[in-house]
Design a protein around this ligand. Structure first.
Ligand SMILES: NC(=O)c1ccc[n+]([C@@H]2O[C@H](COP(=O)([O-])OP(=O)(O)OC[C@H]3O[C@@H](n4cnc5c(N)ncnc54)[C@H](OP(=O)(O)O)[C@@H]3O)[C@@H](O)[C@H]2O)c1
Length: 309
């Protein structure tokens, strides 16, 4: 991408989109276009058509999506399916219609089959049943990946799909019901510390294993792949390292400085037992993450304190 290239970041206020925005600014890009969802509702086909015809971006990062944790995914099943399909249909199709040079679509590691072997290789997609709680979200995301590949096959569009692991970082969602596990735990431990609560109760058994990547590392990988990767199918982005939810909770407890007890509520669902990315394809291309988990949690906690306290 030329430094003067016109680049549209869809979802630039979100955790991923804002990290991609920071990365592009840092790299010297000056012709970045953005719209909030209030200015441009990407579910609106006509509005998206008009926007692409007017702006004619050369490159697109599609980081706009309806995103949430287990409860939100399971409760708003129709919204997760409809909104994500609508956003990606409109953006990917208009990118094709207006000759966008390259588009990056963001999938997610939670769309691999629930019981896929670990670590998750790219070719495990669609080899088994999905996690029931986020099946609608996963179906939409899988359709987005297939759409990129279909437009590449039929129209020679350079549309690529990346598969990030669980993310956390600046501008994360700390909503009590709609957030992912890591930001939810930061909030829980922080509130317990402020209220001098004797204990924090964490959902599930604590035994599932998860991998986490700081969103600025993801943005670095997205930029790296936008510059160097032009293939169908998807490519995993992660650290290749995981830990139990219990160890994650202990690390957050330490960073936040909560001194009470940690308990687990095994009556609540655990979700997928393990979710670790096989990142050998990405490492083979020469990219590795830089921010380790403890450092990343410290950065995220400071961002939480600055925004919400
Ligand atoms: N968070 C994770 O752990 C994770 C992991 C793997 C993959 N991903 C993927 O990364 C992408 C971004 O996730 P995120 O965590 O950055 O989400 P996020 O923080 O919730 O941000 C999503 C963004 O999408 C925009 N958006 C939502 N609906 C829209 C609509 N109808 N029209 C226009 N814009 C709309 C929002 O714009 P406004 O702010 O203007 O409303 C928001 O900025 C998603 O594709 C997600 O699947 C995320």
């Amino acid at each position: 991408m030329e430094k003067s290239a016109k680049i549209y970041i869809a979802g630039h206020r979100g955790m991923v989109g804002s990290a991609i925005h920071r990365k592009l600014v840092k790299e010297g890009y000056s012709n970045i276009i953005t719209r909030t969802s209030a200015e441009l509702d990407l579910r609106d086909q006509q509005a998206v058509t008009d926007f692409f015809e007017l702006e004619k971006p050369e490159y697109v990062f599609l980081a706009a999506a309806k995103v949430g944790g287990i409860v939100a995914n399971n409760t708003y099943r129709a919204d997760f399916l409809y909104e994500n399909l609508a956003i990606q249909n409109n953006v990917i199709h208009q990118a094709y219609k207006t000759d966008v040079k390259k588009l990056m679509f963001l999938g997610s590691s939670c769309i691999y089959p629930k019981l896929a072997p670990q670590p998750l290789k790219e070719d495990y997609l669609l080899t088994g049943l999905l996690e029931e709680t986020n099946e609608p979200y996963a179906i939409a995301k899988i359709a987005g990946i297939k759409m990129c590949d279909a437009y590449r096959a039929q129209y020679d569009s350079n549309f690529i799909s990346v598969m990030p692991t669980n993310l956390y970082g600046y501008n994360d969602n700390y909503h009590p019901q709609n957030s992912h596990v890591l930001p939810a735990l930061i909030r829980k431990f922080h509130e317990a510390k402020i209220n001098s609560s004797p204990e924090v109760v964490v959902w599930g058994s604590g035994s599932p294993m998860r991998e986490f990547l700081f969103a600025d590392d993801l943005a670095d990988a997205c930029y790296f792949l936008m510059e160097s990767y032009n293939e169908p199918n998807l490519i995993n982005i992660g650290t290749g390292v995981d830990l139990t939810i219990k160890d994650l909770a202990l690390l957050i407890k330490k960073v936040v400085g909560f001194e009470g007890d940690l308990k687990f509520d095994s009556t609540k669902p655990d979700g997928t037992p393990r979710k670790l990315m096989d990142v050998s394809k990405l490492h083979g291309l020469g990219w590795k993450h830089q921010i380790d988990l403890e450092e990343g949690i410290q950065l995220a906690y400071h961002d939480f304190l600055a925004k919400y306290v």
